[in-house]
Design a protein around this ligand. Structure first.
Ligand code: CDP
Ligand code: CDP
Length: 233
């Protein structure tokens, strides 16, 4: 059965403000918030926990095919459970961040997670952030945004995030890791990071989170809720 739903797609590179902005937009609209990057991170975390080599695609595929995944909405945000476990902040650790782009480049992993991401409309309208939400996961939504910020600003933001989590990090090392991940994410064959057709690009290097959120909400209001409704099977 079809129902009318609104999906807001927010894509962009690391530390461009996607998670913070998407959470705030979702809260303002009363929609659910979905962090698709956390799903790729959770799969990567599981691969590492199982002691597998992330470059051993055969073993990784065997694992994902036996992996039991389910979702719960907690405080307006979708949480992914792997084998009944919510990995929580463990997915933010550098050991996961270093490997996630390798796992995310495997077409079968993307196929599995894109299907899961689309299925989350069963919980209602949503704001989903990632790398390919406007281009691949929900290409039909009229609400597509691409956030960006200067690499140096992004590195400073992520360094502060690590420090707040008591993870030791220096800006130069973080900048290098981000650059490497940007490169892998933008150059992979399947669903690379790109500006989706029709997306509104917002460079927020010199914006506060509130300013970016306002720009997005104004845009959505202008395009109207009727246009925003999307048919989902
Ligand atoms: O938080 P940050 O922006 O650093 O990364 P993330 O959104 O948690 O995503 C982690 C990684 O997952 C990215 O670097 C991509 O390799 C992958 N990813 C993806 O391929 N497609 C998505 N829709 C979301 C994330
Ligand atoms: O999800 P993504 O990796 O794109 O970025 P994020 O985790 O939302 O943002 C990274 C950090 O930058 C967070 O601590 C945000 O609060 C901060 N940020 C900021 O201070 N000002 C902005 N305009 C955007 C993000």
């Amino acid at each position: 059965m079809s129902e009318n739903l609104t999906v807001i797609a927010i894509d962009g590179p690391s530390a461009s403000g996607k998670s913070s902005v998407s959470r705030m937009v979702a809260k303002a609209l009363g929609y659910n918030y979905v962090d698709s990057g956390a799903m790729y991170r959770a799969v990567t975390w599981k691969v590492i926990e199982e002691g597998l080599d992330v470059t051993d695609t055969e073993q990784v595929l065997a694992l994902i095919h036996r992996m039991k995944i389910h979702f719960e909405i907690v405080d307006g945000a979708a949480r992914m459970f792997v084998g009944g476990v919510d990995p929580g902040n463990a997915v933010r650790e550098p050991r996961v961040a270093e490997k996630v782009s390798i796992i995310a480049a495997i077409p079968e992993v993307r196929q599995l997670l894109v299907a899961q991401q689309r299925s989350l409309t069963k919980f209602g309208s949503l704001v989903m952030e990632g790398r390919d939400i406007g281009s691949v996961v929900f290409p039909d939504t009229p609400h597509k945004f691409y956030l960006d910020a200067d690499p140096a600003v992004r590195a400073q933001r992520r360094t502060k995030d690590f420090q707040a989590m008591k993870i030791s990090a220096d800006t130069a090392g973080v900048a290098q890791a981000l650059q490497q991940r940007d490169k892998l994410d933008s150059s992979r064959a399947t669903s690379p990071l790109q500006i989706a057709l029709g997306a509104t690009v917002i460079n927020n290097s010199h914006q506060t989170l509130e300013e970016t959120v306002k720009t997005i909400l104004d845009h959505i209001k202008q395009s109207g809720t009727r246009r925003g409704a999307m048919r989902v099977q």
